[in-house]
Design a binder for this molecule. Structure first.
Ligand SMILES: *[C@@H]1O[C@H](CO)[C@@H](O)[C@H](O)[C@H]1NC(C)=O
Ligand SMILES: *[C@@H]1O[C@H](CO)[C@@H](O)[C@H](O)[C@H]1NC(C)=O
Ligand SMILES: *[C@@H]1O[C@H](CO)[C@@H](O)[C@H](O)[C@H]1NC(C)=O
Ligand SMILES: *[C@@H]1O[C@H](CO)[C@@H](O)[C@H](O)[C@H]1NC(C)=O
Ligand SMILES: *[C@@H]1O[C@H](CO)[C@@H](O)[C@H](O)[C@H]1NC(C)=O
Ligand SMILES: *[C@@H]1O[C@H](CO)[C@@H](O)[C@H](O)[C@H]1NC(C)=O
Ligand SMILES: *[C@@H]1O[C@H](CO)[C@@H](O)[C@H](O)[C@H]1NC(C)=O
Length: 656
């Protein structure tokens, strides 16, 4: 669909005029409208209509995940949402970040790389200051293309746990987490003067329940009851793709909502049939989609996007855009998709642009403008809207030369003793005795065997499962091939390798006192453990025993402590490269990694995400200005295969 200059000007005119006066009357803010005279009730379903504090409301909200947006930009993104006419923001809550270790919580008060992103109270307060209501999806499982759907990896250490079920061990961990989280949410409820009007129970549990002989309704009841017992009195709901799950994910005491990307009328008709006496609410209207490595970049054309949104509005139904602003899965926080056919595992890219109305860097898109124009016709309750905030300045900084490096063999010597364990056999990273009995959650795990005798024509086999991909070295020289083709994932060292897959070692490997290193990347968790998770490593059919295992987690504190940087030489194994960027002023930028192999980028110790240009579609990593310092900045690149000589920057993303 094309947009004339005229319609765009009209949108601007409408939003600008609405912030001043209509006739003689100054428009109230959303809160002034709904809170005037005091709060007596929150969001309630009154037949087919929602009421907030007794006044009619049609929910037109958008999803923004606080953990995917730099906290310095929360206000900007929220204001851009409100400026578009929306009346609320929806967010999930990521358990794995808030309870990074079994015995430690982080709501912004931790010393973790993500700590600044985790002050929920602050996010809610800013949303309220920006005149937005809040809908919360506290999982515990959130999916959201986020690391294991937000489940902490230390759950895998308890073999009795069955996640997403009424299994007592799982519930006991959920209870501990909820005891920390729910009191924070309670205080943020609308009826207590905060912005939160509704809570979701679990996430698309219907997709699990519909395959169960005996539906585990008890699980949803437990979640609901824990919310109730913590004083979460706001409206509860479940959310499912109703056409496939029908009411399988529902629970008494919570209303059903629908998730959809098309088939609007069929889905809403189904929801109406399942739940005739309640308002219709699309909890996820998919504005775009996310990307896997080796796939094309997904977009949803503005025209079809608008057609479906209009159908939702006309039905009529309440809606939430998933996503309004996707942001970034910084760090190692991308998830993956598991499939039945090859490749059985597909990792998600770090960008979560989602082709959403606001781009990954928070810029207005054609989709934003078109949405604003469309929903303006449906804003029956007229309230004051802010002006559209300006977009950030984007800078293509001059390229920075790679000046120094530390090879894997050098890095291993710098791993903290606490992140190094010895073990008779290989085992998954989650089971390592590191991180205060919580295991290793993210990054790379190195399995090292020293003093190996390698004969002529030796072969290495792994008679178990690798998650997700391995790079093998002998004496600091890589023997596995550069990963650049999806088909390689069937061969030695990859998750789809079968028991016949083996690696023939070359003549240069032959000799005594060899060091055999197998570095395994956790490429994003999806209901599986990481590393060499089963079986053994065999050299000519003999099981190798007594390994030294290193948890290479690339935490900021460790990265900032590294010393002994070397001049850059010939790269023979995975290596951490260093460049220094001196700048006058921090601005948003994109690091263009298209000349590199595969790895991760760290900006002043913060993990900006993964790159893998040969697999595409994404070639760039978004670096928000707040990650940069005026003056000197350190950019580190952990590269598995082949380095470029510099880091280059771009003003625009390359998403594929
Ligand atoms: C979280 O934000 C709230 C509200 O802005 C503030 O009062 C509190 O000190 C913050 N907590 C931390 C740990 O920064
Ligand atoms: C969106 O509208 C604003 C003015 O309201 C305009 O400045 C901007 O160029 C438009 N963006 C796109 C991508 O159409
Ligand atoms: C692991 O084994 C190595 C080599 O035998 C030894 O030097 C090191 O001290 C051991 N580390 C631990 C944590 O036991
Ligand atoms: C480690 O866990 C124990 C409980 O197992 C706890 O008492 C202690 O405070 C934790 N230490 C740190 C540094 O988090
Ligand atoms: C196992 O993998 C090898 C090499 O990748 C392939 O040739 C063979 O057909 C596979 N076998 C099975 C049973 O999948
Ligand atoms: C390994 O075992 C297989 C079958 O068990 C045998 O065919 C092969 O020759 C053995 N390889 C070596 C190097 O001993
Ligand atoms: C990204 O880098 C490649 C070289 O690796 C270059 O060809 C391309 O033009 C760059 N793209 C942008 C947008 O900077």
């Amino acid at each position: 669909m094309g947009y004339s200059v005229f319609t765009i000007l009209l949108v601007t005119f409408v939003s600008v005029s609405s912030q001043h006066t209509v006739g003689e009357r100054t428009l109230p803010t959303l809160y002034e409208h709904y809170v005037a005279g005091g709060i007596t009730s929150g969001l309630v379903a009154n037949g087919r209509q929602f009421l907030l504090n007794g006044k009619e409301i049609r929910l037109m909200t958008g999803s923004i995940h606080y953990f995917r947006v730099h906290p310095d930009y929360w206000r900007d993104r929220l204001r851009k949402l409100r400026a578009g006419g929306f009346n609320g923001v929806t967010t999930c809550i990521s358990w794995n970040l808030h309870q990074p270790e079994l015995n430690s919580f982080d709501f912004g008060d931790g010393s973790n790389d993500f700590s600044p992103f985790l002050n929920l109270t602050k996010f809610f307060k800013i949303a309220q200051e920006e005149d937005l209501l809040v809908v919360v999806r506290p999982g515990p499982f959130i999916n959201a293309e986020w690391e294991d759907g937000g489940l902490p990896s230390w759950l895998y250490r308890d073999s009795k746990v069955k996640v997403r079920s009424s299994n007592p061990e799982y519930i006991s961990y959920v209870t501990t987490y909820y005891n920390a989280l729910l009191p924070i949410l309670k205080k943020m409820q609308f009826t207590e003067g905060g912005p939160v009007i509704a809570f979701q129970i679990e996430n698309e549990f219907g997709s699990v329940a519909r395959g169960q002989k005996v539906k585990d309704t008890k699980y949803l009841e437990i979640i609901r009851d824990q919310m109730e017992s913590h004083g979460l009195t706001a409206l509860k709901f479940t959310s499912d793709s109703v056409l496939s799950s029908k009411d399988a994910g529902s629970v008494p005491g919570a209303m059903m909502t629908a998730n959809l990307g098309s088939q609007v009328e069929a889905s809403l008709a189904m929801l109406k049939e399942l739940q005739p006496e309640k308002p219709l609410w699309v909890m996820e209207y998919w504005t775009g989609w996310w990307d896997h490595w080796f796939d094309k970049h997904h977009t949803k054309p503005v025209a079809s996007y608008l057609t479906y949104l209009k159908q939702i509005l006309e039905f009529p139904a309440n809606f939430n855009l998933y996503m309004f602003h996707g942001g970034t899965s910084f760090g190692f926080m991308n998830s993956a998709t598991m499939k039945r056919t090859f490749p059985t595992y597909k990792s998600d890219v770090s960008s979560y642009d989602y082709d959403a109305p606001l781009s990954e860097a928070g810029d207005y898109t054609e989709k934003y403008n078109a949405t604003v124009e469309l929903i303006a016709n449906y804003l029956t309750v007229k309230t004051k809207l802010p002006a559209m905030p300006a977009e950030s300045v984007k800078m293509a900084y001059p390229s920075s030369k790679i000046s120094e490096s530390l090879s894997l063999s050098e890095l291993v010597l710098l791993v903290d003793e606490a992140d190094h364990v010895n073990s008779t056999n290989v085992k998954p990273m989650e089971l390592l005795e590191v991180n205060n009995q919580s295991g290793q959650s993210y990054g790379f795990v190195l399995y090292r065997k020293t003093n190996v005798i390698i004969p002529e024509n030796a072969v290495v086999k792994i008679n178990g499962q690798i998650n997700d991909l391995a790079v093998l070295m002998v004496n600091g020289v890589r023997k596995t091939e550069v990963f650049k083709d999806a088909k390689q994932q069937m061969s030695f060292g990859y998750f789809d390798a079968n028991s016949t897959a083996q690696l023939a070692l070359d003549s240069a490997s032959v000799g005594g006192a060899r060091t055999l290193d197998i570095l395994v990347e956790n490429w994003g968790r999806r209901a599986n453990t990481k590393g060499i998770v089963s079986g053994s490593v065999l050299l000519n059919n003999d099981t190798i025993k007594n390994w030294q295992i290193y948890a290479l987690q690339f935490k900021g504190k460790w990265l900032r402590s590294l010393s002994g940087w070397q001049a850059v030489g010939k790269m023979t194994e995975p290596t951490l490269f260093r460049a220094v960027l001196d700048i006058e002023a921090p601005h948003d930028t994109f690091i263009n990694m298209s000349a590199w192999g595969k790895g991760s980028v760290f900006v002043n110790g913060f993990n900006a995400g993964r790159y893998f240009p040969a697999a595409g579609p994404a070639q760039t990593l978004y670096v928000p200005a707040p990650l940069l310092n005026k003056g000197r900045n350190e950019i580190l690149v952990f590269e598995l295969y082949s380095a470029a000589s510099e880091i280059t920057f771009s003003k625009v993303p390359i998403l594929g």
